[in-house]
Write a protein that binds this ligand. Structure first.
Ligand code: HEM
Length: 492
């Protein structure tokens, strides 16, 4: 038997054997191609529809499967089953860059996405975080504007520092995140050697319904490694998809990357202990006041078999939560709760949660039904609740959301209390060694030099000066600002 004879017979999308996959049906040797060549038309039509819209942010990414093993006992804080001591939970993780498109280099200065889907025995739980522990803004209402400023110009299709800093010169709370992004931490060497963070505060709820606020940190057991701007240029010249290659190769060599998950826990009655608002995602919670506690360890040990089906169609949401974990009142997080499933219904389709990568490992019991490409088995005639039928569904008040108490308050549209926009940016600056400080000044001034509106530049330098006077002065010097300019900024 020839090798060809052993191969599988190719079929149409409906399973019919195909007679010729190389030659279209034509009228004679030089005649037109016939529309009745059903296989040709189906093949071209399938091809025409291969792309779905890329993610509006975090378009470029890669992913891997693995397992999370809980090691601590946090039962007095949360009833989430995945954190029960010794519990093993399968996971899928997608790492990403943020601003540019699916084919963009993995060497760009950008936060890195670190999204984890835990397939728990109480349904899916998504921890959709980044490598950096803070964010640029603290209210979801600013997010579309911020992304517009970061993305290429709608006129020139080029990313433009003028637009980025025009926006940020009116966003003092961005000073902390910008300082981190322009430091060497803004270009992680790869996805394995970076930490992760949930950024926001969430709520853990225990069996008694008591609330503890929680922040998550992933610590890489490979250590943390970044690229300097020069190293990134060299890497990009050699391989613009090095981080994907690095992840796949290490898993192939059975050098399975792993991370420890830590939490910081804060009782609502202890909010006053911090000089910031604990619901402010532009801030970290000082580890000296709220120490990290080890929750468990995640190991990644398998790459996807099909990139499109498993990575591109994967859908994470900060609103995909399990009993025992709830969103905090963080205004950035509250907006995210809506945005992810909304974009995914548009990007992938209304039934995206039924795709294998997104489907929970436990049975989904629901009267939600139909829509494009529904494959979920219905519940016969009883697709409503309540019903006296033994085939009907029931809910369970044990799983009600936790209660919040509101009295004597009014709705407002205002900045949070204790904005403290600059202090942590300064602390981060002072934590860097001299080489890292020099790299930060050089990276940041490099982009600020391209900004033509000097008032924008002065305002930005003013923010960095407010964070740390040495930081501001060094930037001013690098940017050639005059003494008069500097005094105008600093003495305001
Ligand atoms: C992806 C919106 C802030 C981390 C996305 C996507 C949207 C979005 C629409 C694309 C999702 C998809 O197509 O599947 C927002 C909004 C934000 C916000 C409205 C603020 C209001 C953040 C923050 C973080 C973050 C603070 C980190 C803590 C991510 C990650 C992804 C993502 C990791 C990629 C998920 C994946 O790998 O599929 N975001 N985002 N985002 N976002 Fe956000």
């Amino acid at each position: 038997m020839s090798i060809v004879a052993q191969q599988k017979q190719i079929t149409t999308n409906t399973g019919t054997p195909v007679g010729d996959n190389q030659n279209s049906k034509t009228i004679g040797q030089n005649g037109q191609v016939l529309l009745e060549d059903i296989h040709l038309i189906e093949k071209l039509a399938s091809f025409d529809r291969e792309r779905i819209p890329e993610r509006v942010v975090h378009a470029r990414g890669t992913g891997a499967y693995g397992e999370f093993v809980a090691s601590g006992d946090f039962s007095s804080y949360t009833r989430a089953s995945l954190f029960e001591k010794g519990k093993k939970t399968p996971v899928f993780v997608r790492f990403s860059t943020v601003v540019h498109g699916v084919g963009s280099p993995e060497t760009l200065r950008d936060p890195r996405g670190f999204a984890t889907k835990f397939y728990t025995d109480q349904g899916n739980y998504d921890l959709v975080g980044n490598n950096l522990p803070v964010f640029f803004i603290r209210d979801a209402i600013k997010f579309p504007d911020m992304v517009h400023a970061f993305k290429p110009s709608p006129v020139t299709n080029k990313q433009d520092a003028n637009r980025v800093f025009d926006f940020f010169s009116n966003i003092p709370e961005g000073t902390h995140m910008l300082t981190r992004v322009y430091s060497d931490y803004g270009i992680p060497a790869n996805y394995r050697q970076m930490d992760g963070s949930g950024v926001h505060a969430f709520k853990w709820i225990n069996n008694a319904g008591e609330v503890t606020y929680v922040k998550y940190t992933w610590k890489s057991l490979q250590g943390v490694k970044n690229l300097t701007a020069t190293e990134a240029i060299e890497m990009q010249g050699k391989d613009f998809q090095h981080a994907t290659v690095d992840l796949y190769e290490n898993i192939k060599m059975e050098k399975y990357p792993s991370w420890e998950l830590y939490v910081q826990l804060l009782k609502p009655s202890d909010f006053h202990k911090l000089d910031i608002n604990p619901l402010d995602p532009t801030k970290v919670w000082a580890e000296s006041i709220i120490p990290l506690q080890l929750v468990g360890k995640m190991t990644l040990n398998k790459t996807p078999d099909n990139f499109f089906q498993e990575v591109e169609q994967s859908a994470f949401s900060p609103g995909t939560l399990v009993p025992g974990i709830e969103p905090s009142e963080d205004k950035l997080l509250q907006g995210r709760l809506f945005s992810y499933s909304d974009t995914q219904r548009y990007r992938i389709g209304t039934n995206f949660q039924q795709l294998p990568i997104n489907a929970s490992k436990v049975a989904v019991v629901t009267n939600n039904q139909d829509g494009a490409f529904s494959t979920r088995k219905g519940n016969g005639d009883i697709n409503y609740q309540p019903s006296a039928s033994k085939n009907g569904f029931t809910d369970n008040e044990n799983y009600k959301y936790s209660k919040s108490n509101f009295s004597n308050t009014t709705t407002v549209q205002q900045k949070i209390s204790k904005p403290n926009d600059f202090k942590q940016a300064g602390e981060f600056y002072r934590s860097l060694n001299e080489t890292e400080k020099q790299n930060l000044i050089s990276n940041l001034s490099g982009d600020l030099k391209g900004v033509t509106n000097k008032d924008v530049v002065k305002k930005m330098v003013g923010y960095f000066y407010m964070a740390d006077s040495d930081y501001g002065k060094r930037l001013a010097k690098e940017l050639g600002l005059s003494r008069e300019d500097v005094e105008k900024i600093f003495l305001k």
